[in-house]
Design a protein around this ligand. Structure first.
Ligand SMILES: [Zn+2]
Length: 196
């Protein structure tokens, strides 16, 4: 940030009185510009046992597969955001069946909230941000061509839960940038993530 969005003056990076970390501060109008993590809401759209994925038509990760997900808009709930992103990116209407994944990605200051959802009528078509959308059986998931580690981690846990057949308990985790190792089967399993 270079300029104050309130008055247009230059901002400086300093620790405001009574605070304990650096903020962009406008010394002209005294506005403190707090910056906080963004929430990415998305969906794991299911139809007759298969999962709907989107091939990205935009950077980053052009041409790789992902779950429909995106930044929340002001004034909507996380469920509405997940449904809107699924409609926009995959042309599909979903009924949300539950929150499944809650992942922090601290190094890019994002929080992912991924819901399970069922297609309302089985219809879908690629939106402007997708090259194509396709339903995948577990055995056909393009694991090496997934756009983001958080997507891979979510799908891995999702299919594991489905095989176990005891429901879909909330999955939590942290996606780290440079993992030294990936603890197999750990509930805190991490994966690398270098977006942003
Ligand atoms: Zn200002």
């Amino acid at each position: 940030m270079n300029y104050c969005s309130n008055c247009g003056a230059s901002v400086v990076l300093r620790i405001p009185d009574g605070d304990n970390r650096e903020r962009y501060v406008c010394e002209h109008c005294d506005t403190i510009h707090y910056q906080n993590p963004k929430i990415v809401a998305g969906c794991i759209p299911e139809w007759e046992g298969r999962i709907l994925l989107c091939k990205r038509a935009i950077e980053p990760r052009y041409g790789l597969w992902t779950l429909p997900a995106g930044f929340m808009e002001n004034g909507e709930t996380t469920e509405q955001a997940a449904m809107r992103e699924t409609e926009e990116e995959a042309g599909a209407r979903v009924e949300i069946t539950g929150l499944y994944g809650l992942f922090s990605i601290p190094h890019i200051s994002q929080v992912y909230m991924l819901y399970r959802g069922t297609l309302v009528d089985g219809a879908f078509e690629a939106g402007v941000e997708s090259l194509e959308c396709r339903l995948f059986d577990e055995g056909d998931i393009p694991w090496e061509q997934l756009a983001f580690p958080v997507v891979k981690e979510t799908l891995k846990r999702y299919f594991s839960d489905r095989r176990r057949g005891k429901g879909f308990p909330l999955q939590r985790g942290e996606i780290v940038k440079h993992p030294r190792r990936e603890p197999a089967g750990s509930p805190q399993a991490t994966a690398s993530e270098d977006r942003g």
